[in-house]
Design a protein around this ligand. Sequence first.
Ligand code: KIV
Length: 277
Amino acid sequence: MATTIRQLADMKRAGDKIPMVTAYDYTAARIADAAGIPIILVGDSLGMVVLGHDSTIPVTMDDMVRHTQMVRRGASNALVVADLPFMAYQVDADDAMRNAGRLMQEGGAHTVKLEGGLPVADTVRRIVDAGVPVMGHIGLTPQSVHALGGYRVQGRTRAAARRLLDDALALEDAGAYSVVLECVPSPLASVITERLSIPTIGIGAGPHCDGQVQVFHDMLGLFSDFLPKHARRYATLADQIAAAFRHYADDVRSGDFPAESESFTMNESLLSDLLDG
Ligand code: KIV
């Protein structure tokens, strides 16, 4: 049985921190799952780190369904959360419910995540009432990058901080089981975490959140040229992969690869017959 949203609530109550990572395919999900990560997010960040777009805005429902399927096949124990992409829930609540349903029914997600606070609270309530657990996402909401004027820390004025607290409370009231706080000043994230009975998951929101989420490619060093301030690099895989590719290319060029032990044999007499024939 995968991690349940009830277990996450218990973890908050017990003060047990919740680690969450993003993954976008079967292999990555298997590794995260086997490492004991309790929540895997199929983030729409895949638009940037997998599909090569410069934002999450071009990501489609079909992209999300396909990648959620891959992750779900690789995750036996983790709760799989799938992002509703840009314009999959903003048009109207019926559309949002249909798309949330697709992520569960076609993608195999256990729960969905969507961006926004008070303005999406009614939509969250409708989706939750339909039996789909919803994780909220406030603070820096990347789907609104152009409205926000860039990828910047949110909630730094008195009014903006108040708005974020109200957003968080509105999501809890609408039935969200957890809220991501992205790029929120640490003291504000701490207040929000204290005021909510549901777990907060931070990314760039300091150490007081109930859990943390990191983007797969950031934490594993798959982009060697860029690291957001809030990310910590736990490996430098881009360098290791590049070194492995260079080594392989050298071996092919020198004839060292493949060796006889990496090749297949056959009955030599068959070959003689073939040549004679
Ligand atoms: O898409 C994503 O990776 C996310 C995380 C940054 C929380 O939403």
